[in-house]
Design a protein around this ligand. Structure first.
Ligand SMILES: Nc1ncnc2c1ncn2[C@@H]1O[C@H](COP(=O)(O)OP(=O)(O)OP(=O)(O)O)[C@@H](O)[C@H]1O
Ligand SMILES: [Mg+2]
Length: 384
């Protein structure tokens, strides 16, 4: 991010340090060059209160550089030079008024997910000083947003980094707690808000409003099941432990392995449960040779799960009949539940009943684990 580039993008979830980084960056530019001009831009800026001005002022103080700047109500001037920092909304600009920005060396566009195609078109040719740079920070929202398009098209003259709170070494505890609370209470929107994924058509989610993240006490619970989905390079191996108690379906262990050799599968499986070798392990029937290998190597009860036309749909319906609870440590399963979707018809935008075959390794393993309870003639009634 510190190397020269025409367009620089910092995108990602909340609390990842995007604003702080660019605020420090623009202050540094003005400290190093007393004639450096910076414009801080938003699509809409109703008042300076909603600009980066306050953050920039804090950075100047933090750097002990107050004597180099003259801070007024609307702008920040460099003492000992011609440099100035101003704060503007693109919607207040016209094709004529934007020309006032021609002498600016750096433009920083905050909340760039809201920037319109018109604003990008107006701004880019305006910032034209030699070696000038345009910085963008944003929380990704839609893949089709103009800002996403810009970075896709300008990959040679740009650098773009995706960053999340998990990589922010200066993250305050309050924000970390907030992220964890969000994951527990609204797992469907967690990936968008905190991990910077595009906003989903959440209506297409197969398990929308059908699961929650929590830790449960399983003392005294008896119905414990194990399932495994096989993969190799692109697809991981996924193994799970699930519990059924009354109306609750509780997934509390997950093990994923990418490019796991057949003779290493036991590393994954053994972590599921101390009694795994005495238990039934229901597996993906597409790999009889792997199941046979497992049976010959201590997992005598590894069993292929029956498939039939509609077995995936039946399994999903069965799972949805429960109150599904996922242990907070099962991060990959949580992620799959927040992505596993029905296909959306491209022409009409309607949600179809076609299940997209992605984000389902752990979910398939759960379905297999429950294989003994699901048949093509209907479900076994599970009750406390
Ligand atoms: N360079 C830094 N110096 C001091 N604190 C920092 C720095 N970078 C990040 N932080 C801490 O991390 C928090 C999150 O950073 P920041 O507000 O820049 O994130 P952001 O990615 O802009 O988030 P949002 O998407 O919510 O706007 C800050 O409130 C601050 O406490
Ligand atoms: Mg920010």
């Amino acid at each position: 991010m510190l190397e020269p580039k025409r367009y620089k993008g910092l995108k990602g979830g909340r609390g990842s340090g995007k604003s702080h980084f660019f605020a420090e960056d623009v202050v540094e530019r003005m400290i190093l060059d007393p004639n450096h001009n910076v414009v801080c831009i938003r699509e809409i800026q109703k008042s300076l209160k909603f600009s980066a001005k306050k953050l920039v002022e804090d950075k100047i103080r933090e750097f002990g550089a107050s004597s180099l700047f003259d801070i007024t109500l609307t702008e920040i001037r460099r003492v000992g030079g011609t440099g100035v920092m101003i704060f503007q909304g693109m919607q207040d600009h016209t094709a004529d008024s934007i020309k006032s920005l021609e002498g600016f060396n750096t433009a920083w566009v905050e909340e760039a997910q809201s920037i319109s195609a018109r604003s990008i078109e107006l701004l880019l040719p305006t910032i034209r000083a030699e070696n000038s740079e345009i910085l963008f920070s944003w929380n990704p929202t839609n893949e089709t947003d103009p800002i996403e398009k810009l970075f896709k098209e300008e990959s040679d003259s740009s650098i773009c980094i995706h960053i999340n709170y998990t990589q922010n070494r200066l993250l305050p505890d309050t924000l970390r707690d907030e992220a964890e609370r969000h994951l527990r209470t609204s797992p469907e929107t967690f990936n968008h808000v905190w991990l910077g994924d595009y906003k989903k058509q959440s209506d297409a989610l197969i398990f929308k409003n059908k699961y929650r993240v929590a830790e449960l006490d399983t003392t005294g619970w008896e119905r414990k099941y194990f399932g495994m989905d096989f993969g190799f390079s692109q697809d991981p191996n996924a193994a799970v432990r699930v519990w059924v108690e009354g109306t609750i379906l509780y997934i509390d262990r997950e093990q994923y392995g990418i490019e796991t050799e057949i003779n290493e599968l036991h590393y994954l499986i053994d972590k599921l449960d101390a009694q795994i070798k005495q238990s039934v392990l229901r597996c993906d029937s597409a790999r009889p040779e792997t199941i046979s290998y497992l049976r010959n190597h201590g997992y005598h009860n590894a069993t292929p799960v029956k498939k039939w036309a509609g077995s995936v749909e039946d399994g999903i319906a069965f799972m949805r009949s429960f109150d599904i609870v996922i242990h907070p440590d099962c991060k990959k399963i949580i992620d799959e539940f927040s992505r596993y979707s029905y296909k959306i018809d491209k022409m009409s935008g309607d949600i179809t009943s076609i299940i997209i075959d992605a984000h389902n390794h752990g979910i398939d393993a759960i379905r297999y684990a429950l294989g003994g309870l699901i048949t093509n003639k209907g479900f076994f009634v599970v009750s406390g």
